[in-house]
Structures are given as C-alpha cells and as structure tokens.
Design a protein around this ligand. Structure first.
Ligand SMILES: Cc1cc2nc3c(=O)[nH]c(=O)nc-3n(C[C@H](O)[C@H](O)[C@H](O)COP(=O)(O)O)c2cc1C
Length: 217
C-alpha cells in the first residue's frame, strides 16, 4: 500500500514538474529561482575588480547564479511600476536579453523571472567571432526591439538602444566581479547570421553579445 502511495506521489511530482516546464502552447519555460537580491560584495570592491575576461574553464553556471545575474542585468526591481535594474530611454525597455548555453537559446522574461526556450540548439559559436565564445558556458545577446521605440528616426533608435544595452552590460560586469565570474562584452558579432538563426524580425536588432563563465586564471 505504502509502495503504491509512493508511486502515486512520484507520478504527481513528475507531472507538476512537466507542467512548470511546458505551457499549453508547447513553449518550454524554465522558471528561475528567486534572485538573491541582498547578496554581493561591496560596490567599491566590485568596481576595483571589474575587467574583461576572455578565457573560461568548462564549468556550468549554477541556475541560482544565472537567476541572480539575469535579475542584476535587467530584472524588475520595482514591481509596482514595472521598472528595471538598468535605465532605458523613455522607459521604452526595448532590450531583450537572450541566453545562449549548451541547453539552447532562451529569452529572459523579466516580469515572470523565467527563461523561454527559443531554440533547443547550442548556438554559442554563432554569437561571436572569437574562439573563446563557443567555450563560454553562457553568451548573452542584447537585442533591441525597435517596434517598442515609437516613431523615432532610425538614428535615434540606434543611439538609444546602444546606450541602453551598455547599462545592462555594465550590470553584468559588476555582478560578475562580485561573484567571481569572468565576462567580456562583444561588438564583434556576425549580426545577419545570428539574427537569422534566432529568427528575429526586421524590427529586432542585435546590439551586443556578452560571454560569461568562470575565469581560467
Ligand atoms: C561596445 C564594446 C564592444 C566591445 N567589443 C569587444 C569584442 O568584440 N571582443 C572583445 O574581445 N572585447 C570587446 N570589448 C571589450 C574591450 O576590448 C575591453 O572593455 C577593453 O579592452 C578594456 O578592457 P577592460 O574591460 O578589462 O577594462 C568591447 C567593449 C565595448 C565597450
């Protein structure tokens, strides 16, 4: 009897896990653990240690650390207004952060603090033109959606989305310095090739990529 009860409870648990991973429209979502928003080293120490790193060891970033990093990068820090950890011009919030890892390509949904699967393929190599890119456990891609930026001329959209992505990138730099992770922001990206693989629309522009991993030194 106890054995049947155990089997039943295990089946219920597996079913619940599947529900949290697969939505009704079959989109796979990965709920991230609550970010640890009171963690981290003192700001001045972190600024002292901030730097670019281009050599990584083969060690995965734990899900909790990824969760903390994405929240630090571009999470919602004021739920009452829906505002974020980085500023954005006119509060357009036009940047989406994509996460390329061995698990596939995901889009960070900051409002639900979860990852939405876009592709199950490992596209890390396509996110840059330097050899270390395919070795880095995570490559972030900052994509601006120009359709959220009103009727501004193209040059304004280019300028503001580049500035807005820069703030997010710096949040990642500071988080990494605090956490003992290495990172480098990258403009050298074959944008046409990557955009095609990511199936981006003509209004979505790849601004920058950023590799993250545990440093070799
Ligand atoms: C907008 C931007 C684009 C960059 N593009 C690349 C790149 O494509 N590849 C790379 O290895 N580093 C890139 N970097 C990193 C710089 O080379 C690095 O920040 C600079 O050498 C100073 O080093 P530090 O970050 O350690 O202070 C970029 C930095 C910025 C701000």
């Amino acid at each position: 009897m106890i054995e049947y009860l155990n089997q039943f409870l295990t089946a219920c648990l597996v079913f619940t896990c599947m529900l949290s991973f697969c939505r009704a429209d079959n989109t796979k979502v990965l709920d991230l653990p609550e970010p640890r928003t009171t963690a981290g080293r003192p700001l001045m120490e972190v600024l002292r240690d901030r730097k670019s790193t281009r050599e990584f060891i083969q060690k995965e970033i734990p899900l909790q650390v990824l969760s903390d990093m994405l929240w630090a990068a571009w999470g919602v820090n004021r739920p009452e207004s829906g505002k974020r950890t980085a500023p954005s011009a006119v509060n357009w919030q036009e940047i989406d952060v994509y996460v390329a890892s061995a698990r596939g390509l995901h889009r960070y949904d900051a409002f639900e603090h979860r990852l939405i699967e876009i592709l199950s393929d490992d596209v890390r190599e396509l996110t840059g033109m330097q050899d270390f890119v395919k070795e880095a456990p995570v490559n972030l891609i900052f994509v601006a959606d120009y359709s959220r930026m009103g009727n501004r001329p193209q040059r304004d959209k280019d300028f503001y989305s580049a500035a807005d992505a820069g703030f997010i990138s710096q949040n990642v730099y500071l988080f990494c310095a605090s956490e003992g992770l290495g990172t480098v922001v990258r403009g050298a990206v074959d944008r046409d090739k990557l955009a095609k693989k990511m199936r981006l629309s003509s209004e979505q522009k790849i601004i920058l990529a950023q590799s993250v991993g545990y440093p070799a030194d």
